[in-house]
Design a protein around this ligand. Structure first.
Ligand code: SF4
Length: 445
């Protein structure tokens, strides 16, 4: 059968979709590019923000006429939205055309459920939380479905932090770390098939191993082991929790040549009162100390963050503290979000929700300041030579190549005639000019 996957949400979901594709390929199914050509349509949903949920629901609704025209069509809804309390029943009763609804713990059963549904036509719902499985969500990774030179590898699943605004612990469950030997053997396999850069994925990679009783592995040890794998040239990871980031980890990263000099530490707010309401587990001073450690050990590190504006009760003074914090730290980039009320979280029931217009104004102010800082820091790189891993032809200019520095900054540079290049090649590029979101350079030879 031919399958089509529509993915909403974050990198974890994108990675889950790649695993679903891998599982379906192993079961003999083939991908297609349009919903109209598909025998199976998989909607991998997200509920972290209201906008993502609305888009997923809109897409599910739009599939009704396809099912009417083709009664054999199998429509699957999976991901965070279906795992969330009460949603599976709501989806099942509102959208009769959905055949299979599975949560985030049941991905590995999908090929079997598709077979069952195709044979019986009876709707299947599985949102069971499974903590006793060897591999919490899926089996071994099929490297052929990743970009040839780059792969994403889950190292842990779920989250124990319960930040008050976040739905993730409710839809992805408690923290479960994959066995180090499985991760390492998977990455060795990827390296032998030509992968040069791995990105380790988890809701909180810094807490890797904490759930493995009697096992001494932690995130730092995992990085050391992966750094030793022949063929792997760059190691990235996403995402970190500042509370679990410490001096020892920074010291180890500083000594590992393959671990990229990019630290993404989501701070979420620059105001202690709001951080406490968010249950983030650190103060702005503690966060600043951690940034100080990174900058002392790795002076050229790129440091990026996530910020939420308009958390319930955030007043002008709180917001101004965040602006000041932004200017004090000077992040290379900040991914800024408007607070989105998620039912079932503690923050949803807090008083004094902020009007949308104020949230939008605050977001714009924050972005304007951050853009100035990003441009200023990028300009400091003009004249330096950076090692760039080539991604391919630039999306905006056919005569330019695009790649990334170790610090994850995008660099574009001319595509020279008769120039032999491959995605994943590492080349030195001299930076000639800087923009807010990228750098422009030339071959340094
Ligand atoms: S650390 Fe906080 S924000 Fe991140 S996934 Fe866990 S609960 Fe959500």
């Amino acid at each position: 059968m031919r399958y089509y996957i529509q993915t909403f949400g974050c990198q974890m979901n994108e990675n889950d979709s790649r695993h679903i594709a891998s599982l379906l390929a192993s079961a003999g199914h083939k991908p297609c590019l349009q919903t109209e050509e598909a025998d199976i349509i998989i909607v991998n949903t997200c509920c972290v923000r209201e906008s993502a949920e609305n888009r997923a629901v809109g897409f599910i609704g739009s599939l009704k006429h396809l099912k009417e025209n083709n009664p054999e069509l199998i429509i699957v809804v999976c991901g965070c939205m279906s795992q969330k309390d009460g949603n599976a029943n709501m989806l099942a009763s509102k959208y009769r055309h959905i055949g299979i609804i599975i949560g985030t713990f049941a991905i590995s059963f999908l090929p079997q459920y598709i077979e069952e549904y195709a044979a019986t036509g009876k709707r299947i719902i599985d949102i069971t939380e499974r903590y006793d499985m060897e591999e919490p969500s899926y089996g071994s990774l099929n490297s052929t479905i990743n970009e040839q030179y780059r792969a994403q590898v889950n190292i842990n699943f779920g989250c124990n932090n319960f930040c008050t605004y976040c739905i993730v612990p409710y839809v992805r469950g408690r923290e479960r770390s994959r066995k180090p030997e499985d991760i390492i053997s998977e990455i060795k396999q990827l390296a032998s098939s030509g992968v040069k850069e791995v990105q380790l994925l988890g809701q909180n990679v810094n807490s890797y191993g904490k759930d493995m009783n009697g096992n001494n592995w932690d995130f730092a040890q995992l990085l050391i082991a992966i750094n030793d794998i022949n063929g792997i040239e760059r190691i990235r990871y996403m995402t970190s929790h500042p509370r679990d980031f410490d001096q020892r980890l920074a010291e180890i990263i500083a000594k590992l040549p393959k671990v990229c000099s990019h630290f993404h530490l989501p701070v979420q707010s620059g105001c202690d009162r709001i951080l406490k309401l968010m249950n983030r587990g650190y103060t702005t001073d503690e966060y600043k100390q951690k940034i100080g450690i990174i900058r002392q050990l790795i002076p050229d590190a790129t440091i990026t963050t996530d910020l939420i504006v308009g958390f319930p009760g955030e007043n002008d003074n709180d917001f101004n503290q965040t602006l000041q914090f932004l200017q004090d730290i000077e992040f290379d980039a900040a991914y800024t979000f408007i607070y989105s009320k998620r039912s079932g979280t503690i923050a949803a029931d807090l008083p004094n929700h902020i009007p949308e217009q104020i949230k939008k104004e605050r977001l714009q102010i924050l972005m304007d300041i951050q853009n100035q800082i990003s441009l200023k820091l990028n300009r400091k790189l003009v004249g330096t030579t950076q090692e760039v891993m080539i991604d391919g032809i630039s999306k905006n200019r056919e005569d330019m190549l695009s790649g990334r520095t170790s610090g994850n900054k995008i660099v574009v540079f001319p595509l020279r005639e008769k120039n032999i290049w491959h995605p994943g090649d590492l080349i030195p590029i001299k930076i000639n000019s800087a923009q807010t979101w990228n750098l422009v350079g030339q071959y340094s030879d």
